[in-house]
Design a protein around this ligand. Sequence first.
Ligand code: MN
Ligand code: MN
Length: 286
Amino acid sequence: MNSGIHYHFADADFEYSSAVYTLFGIPYDGTTSFRSGTRNGPRIIRELSYNFESWMHEAASDLKDIPLYDYGDLEIGVLPEDVVLDVMHLVMTLIKDKKIPILIGGEHSVTIGAVRAVRPDWYLVCDAHLDLREEFRGTPYNHGCTTRQVIEDGVPHVAIIGARSGTWEQYEFAQKRVVLYTADMVRELGIARVIKEVSEAVGNSRVYFSVDADVIDCCLTPGVGTPEPFGLTPLDIRDLIRTFAARIIAFDYVEVCDFDNGQTATVAVQLIREFIVRNWLSRIRS
Ligand code: MN
Ligand code: MN
């Protein structure tokens, strides 16, 4: 079945009971500030997942052999606090059932619920935006507040990679509380050096890894609600995922919209697959 509507991610052919990875969509964009459309992220990502071969040659692995289950989309409410709570409850269930959660957004606020459920040592986020606002447009669950909420919730270590947008106050706050590699720093140091430094800081800690699609330069992947140029490349993010995959206990890919020619979702699919296959290899080899 390679045409029509796909209700699940390609090659996610396992049952829940035998799955190690459980992917689910959160078609929510209730607090988006500039352009909406991330509610269509899960749909377009699933659709474009059928573009690729299940065989991943560089990893010498077939995605079909990896125990991956697609839960479908979470039924969601209107208010961001309700969505955050629903995400938290589902992720708590997944963890209880020993699944590795993979979230497909939806806007970035959905991450807050997942991080609350997972309680990682480190929160690594790739994002053009600092997302360190205390509140925005009347709610601390706005998608511009995600990283701040994660910190307020008590996650001890936070690293933001690829940022190039935030208010003066947010940069001030970041200086005190966050390991920050701006997009310009990544360009100056090179992604390998950044990865080495973050990797040494993280050690063997449990990592929650969040990719906001707008971290990638909007000239490459324009399907995002709040586009920013001068960003990272898909290869930078792939290098990060390959390095941290073994330490990642939950993964999300958020803020993908469907109004480009599919570039943004296509990159998302490949990076989600990259996480799954690299994490799986680390498990079967250890
Ligand atoms: Mn964000
Ligand atoms: Mn962003």
